[in-house]
Design a protein around this ligand. Sequence first.
Ligand code: FAD
Length: 494
Amino acid sequence: MLNAWEAQGGDPQRDARTNVVVVGGGFSGTLFALAAAAARLDVVLVEREAKAGPGLAYGACDPRHLLNVPVARMEVGLKPSFAQWLKASGADLSAAIEEAGGDLARAFVPRALFGAYLAERLETALAARNGRLRRVRGEVVRVSDRPVPSVTLSDGRRIEGTHVVLATGNLPPRPPRTRDGGVYDSPLFVPDPWRWQDIDTLSPDAPVLLIGSGLTMVDVALMLEARGHRGPIWSVSRHGLVPHVHADVAGRLGGVEPFLDPAEARDPIRALRLIRGAVRQAAVRGVPWQRVMDAARPALAAVWAGWPQKARERFLRHGRTWWDIHRHRMAPRIADAFGALVQSGQLTVIAGRIASLDLVPGGVAATLRRRHSGRALSLEVARVVNCTGPRSDFAGLAVPPFDGLRETGRIRPDPLGLGLETRGTALLDRYGHASTWLHALGPLSRPAFWEVTAVPEIAVQVHQLVEELARPASRRQRPDARLIAEFVDLGEGI
Ligand SMILES: Cc1cc2nc3c(=O)[nH]c(=O)nc-3n(C[C@H](O)[C@H](O)[C@H](O)COP(=O)(O)OP(=O)(O)OC[C@H]3O[C@@H](n4cnc5c(N)ncnc54)[C@H](O)[C@@H]3O)c2cc1C
C-alpha cells in the first residue's frame, strides 16, 4: 500500500496533515493538484493515461483543433501565464494572432498547446515539491472510506488519504437509443469520437454519418478534412442546429456589465427573456450578442440553483439546444473551415432522428426521419461516429469507481442525468448528506452549478476547495450553498 506519508519517509509528525488523493489528471485534477501543493497540502494525483495534464479536452486533439475561447479566458492564475508561456514556446501562432488583430490575449490557439502548458506546469511542480506532490499512473477502480479514505487501482495498489477528489471529467458519449441492427457491436460504429484509430482506417472517399451537430461533430468533421477525407459527411441531430461563432473579442466583457439577477430570472422563461432583452439593448449600442451571453455567465450558477427541479427539466427540454449553440461557440477560423465544408456540399447537417441502423455488405444502412416533414432519408455509410457529447448520467453507469460508490451509497446521481449531486464540492451520499472526505470537481458536479464544464468556472471551484482544505480541520466550514454564491462573485474575476 502506498500513501503520501510513506512517500515522504513516513514522518509520524505529519500524520495530522491533510492528504488528498486526486482521481483524474485532466485540467480539473491537475489545477487542483498544483494549487493544493502550493498551499502546502500533500497530494497524490492519479491519472490512467501516460501523460497527466491535458486530459481529454486538451489531449485528444490535433493542431487543427482550437480552444473554444481566446487565450485570456484560459488564464487560471499559474506562473508563467498561458500567454507568457505561449510567447516563449516558439509555437507558430501567426494565423491566430493575425486573426486577433495582433493581440495574443484575444487569439484562438490550438487546444493541444493548453494541454502542453498544463503538463509542463505539472512536471515543474513535481520536480520542485520534494514529495509533497506525487503523480501515480493507474486507473482507480474503487474508492472507499473504510477504514480510512482510500482509492484502489486496477493493479491492486491502494492509496490512502484524508480526502479523495474525483476529477474524472468527461465520460464517452452514450449511443443513441435506436434500432441499431448490430451496428453498435460492429467495427463500423465509433462509440467514442476521440478514439481516432477507428476513423483512421477509413477510405478517403467513404461516406460517414456523424450523430450530433455540436462542437464534437465540428471537431470530427474538421479532423476528417485535415486527413484528406473527400467523401460525403452527414451530421444528424434533433434540431440540426450547429454552434454559433464567437464575435471579435475586444476586452473581457466589452461593453456589457455582468447581469442576470437570480431573483428576477427565477424560471427559465424569465431568464431567457432577460437575456434576449439584454441582447436587444446591446445591439442598439452595436455590442454583439456573444458579449451578452458571456456577461450572463457569472450569475448562472446562482440562477440555476434557484430553480426547482421542474424548472430545470423545462429548461433542459426546451432551452438546452438554444443555450448550447449560443454558449459553446466556434472560434472564427473553425467556423470558416466548417462553413467551407458545408458550402462545398461535402458536409450536410440534417434536422431529424435516426429511425434505424442496419449492417449491409460493406457498410451501414441508416434511415433518418427529417424533423418537420417526417420524410425518410436513406443513406449508406462506411462509419457511424457518435458525436453526441460526453455522457453525464451516472444512474445506470457500470463504470468503476462509480458503480461501487453508488452501490455503497456514497454518491447520489441527480435525477436529471447531469452528473453527481454535491453541496459545494462535497458529494452527497444516498441520503443527501454532504461528505466530509469525498469531493467532485468539474463536469461531474454539474447538477449543482449547470455551467461548470469550462476552464473559468472549474478554476473557481478548484481554488475554493483548496482554500477549504488548507484550513485546519477544526476551522473548516460545513459544506453548504455558500460555495455557489462565491462561485458567482469569483467568476467575474477570472
Ligand atoms: C473536446 C473538448 C474541448 C473543450 N474545449 C474547451 C475550451 O476550449 N475551453 C474551455 O474552457 N473548456 C473546454 N472544454 C471543457 C472541458 O470539459 C474543461 O475545460 C476541462 O478540460 C475538463 O477537465 P477535467 O479534468 O474535468 O476532465 P477531462 O479532460 O475529461 O479529464 C479527466 C481525466 O481523468 C482521467 N480519469 C478518468 N477516470 C479515471 C480513473 N478511474 N482513474 C484514473 N484516471 C481517470 C482521464 O484519463 C482524464 O485524463 C472542452 C471539453 C471537451 C470535451
